[in-house]
Design a protein around this ligand. Structure first.
Ligand SMILES: [Fe+2]
Length: 507
């Protein structure tokens, strides 16, 4: 009895497909003639075919390649059809298995189906029967893969939700890269972004396991701009990656997703695998796109936040400049008070956001003087009681100016209370000790040090050493002793650093 019936002359419309696009069939039979006939026929039908003359050889092929369907004889020496089925299951490959069997072993074939084989074909068979079974197996597999891809995608979405906006940008991007690596079995993952100040220039932002593998950024961006998707395996990888093969490894599969904000592409998320025969799936590519979306949002949010911060700092520096423009004696005073306040706050080991807030308070602390005629105050003689009252109103004036401005209102305590004294003798409210907001206690020291060491209309600048003696004397009276301690601890080093940079310091 012939093992394979005559091959009818059929025309196939699938032969134009490239190797990567064809379904991959592994034919396993210890009879070489069956392998040869099936290969010829299936290739003619547009399949990509590899043959193996036994279970061991089939498993060798599996080690380096992946297949969509395995068409295997049941009875073979060594690893037989059932054994092969079992090993494929252990490898967690999603290849569908079709058993070829003679009439006497139908029961074993049914047993094979119970173990997960898709179907069996009785020998002798017509080649078109084989094709029919293969097509059904491929269709079922396609549906299963789609289903799996959908579940994967939902899973990736949930994973990406784990990214918290309370994390820093670097933490978020590191998490994206690690989630992609772990979820997709990638060996290398990278994020590449366009330099905001040099459009068209892309630099690696963060990566893991990427050594020596360089994505062809220009081509990828071009593909994404044209609305394309990037998922490549085998030889196609060379279109997207330089140095695909090196002595250490060979890139087997590559995928990339664009980083986009409001439709504009400004970067890439890339992943590759060096596992031989490995292919990223369409579901994983979609998952990568979800992660790319999260990374893009995180980067954009960080940029917006930084812009806001910059605008904020520029605004309050602008206020300080406006104040100093009308009073030559206070030129640079706000900058220096801000600098000393930052020095003290850092020495007190306050959180960075607090240090910044206190430094901003330094810029704005005297903003209330903007409404006071400086000619009246900048005179060598003592101020009259009325003038002194007017001068003392500047903290309250300052509060009135900034309180209605929502993004400055958190600086009100600095502005309103920087002339309060630790012993309660200050103004405007005569608060004492810890009743005085701590930022105002810090500003009091910073402000007084700069006032003492600068020239004023009514007196010359005091030397630095004398100012320090004064602070020691007034700690616990005018000033918070802890703040004075932090100032004394840090000022000498600060002066050394300024001198080393060629910057001025009080004598
Ligand atoms: Fe003041």
């Amino acid at each position: 009895m012939a093992l394979v019936e005559a091959i009818p002359g059929t025309e196939s419309g699938l032969q134009h497909l490239r190797a990567e696009e064809r379904s991959r069939i592994l034919v396993v039979d210890d009879e070489a003639v069956i392998c040869d006939i099936l290969r010829d026929f299936l290739e003619f039908e547009g399949f990509w075919v590899r043959t193996a003359n036994g279970g061991e050889q089939a498993l060798d092929a599996f080690a380096s390649e992946s297949f969509d369907v395995v068409l295997t004889d049941l009875k073979m020496p060594g690893v037989d059809g059932l054994g092969l089925l079992k090993r494929i299951g252990e490898l967690e490959r999603d290849a569908a298995t079709v058993i070829m069997t003679g009439f006497g072993t139908v029961e074993t074939a049914i047993e094979a189906m119970k173990q997960g084989a898709f179907d069996y074909i009785l020998k002798p068979f017509k080649p078109e029967d084989v094709v029919r079974v293969l097509r059904r197996a491929l269709e079922k597999q396609r549906l299963e893969r789609e289903n799996f891809a959908l579940r994967e995608t939902v899973g990736f979405y949930e994973l990406s939700e784990a990214l918290s906006s309370s994390m820093t940008l670097d933490e978020q991007l590191k998490m994206v890269v690690e989630l992609v690596r772990d979820s997709f079995g990638a060996d290398g993952v990278g994020i590449i972004t366009e330099e905001p100040k040099t459009p068209g220039r892309y630099l690696p932002r963060i990566s893991c396991g990427n050594a020596g593998v360089t994505a062809r950024v220009d081509r990828l961006i071009e593909a994404f701009l044209a609305g394309g998707q990037v998922l490549a395996s085998g030889e196609d990888v060379t279109s997207w990656v330089d140095n695909v093969v090196t002595a250490e490894r060979s890139v087997a599969s590559f995928m990339a997703a664009p980083l986009k904000i409001r439709g504009a592409t400004f970067g890439l998320l890339t992943a590759f695998s060096t596992r031989r025969g490995f292919r990223f799936t369409e579901g994983q590519r979609k998952g990568l796109t979800i992660f790319g979306g999260r990374a893009a949002t995180a980067i954009e949010n960080a940029r917006i936040y930084q812009n806001l911060q910059d605008t904020f700092t520029q605004t309050i520096e602008g206020f300080a400049r406006a104040l100093e423009a009308k009073d030559p004696y206070t030129h640079g005073h706000s900058d220096r008070v801000s600098m000393y306040a930052r020095l003290i706050a850092s020495a007190m080991e306050l959180p960075p956001a607090e240090v910044t807030r206190i430094a901003h308070g330094g810029y704005l602390h005297d903003i209330g003087k903007i409404g006071i005629r400086s000619n009246d105050l900048n005179k060598p003689q003592k101020l009259s009681p009325e003038e002194y009252t007017m001068f003392k109103s500047h903290p309250v004036q300052g509060k009135r100016i900034i309180e209605p401005i929502a993004f400055l209102s958190h600086l009100v305590p600095s502005v309103l209370y920087h002339h309060e004294a630790w012993d309660g003798s200050g103004y405007p409210e005569g608060l004492a000790g810890t009743e005085i907001p701590f930022e105002a206690r810090i500003l009091a020291v910073a402000d007084s040090y700069d006032a003492m060491t600068s020239n004023r209309p009514y007196r010359k600048a005091l030397p630095h050493d004398i100012a320090l003696v004064e602070f020691k004397r007034c700690a616990g009276r005018q000033f918070d002793p802890e703040v004075v301690k932090a100032f004394l601890k840090s000022i000498d080093n600060h002066r050394r650093q300024r001198r080393a940079q060629g910057l001025p310091v009080p004598d």
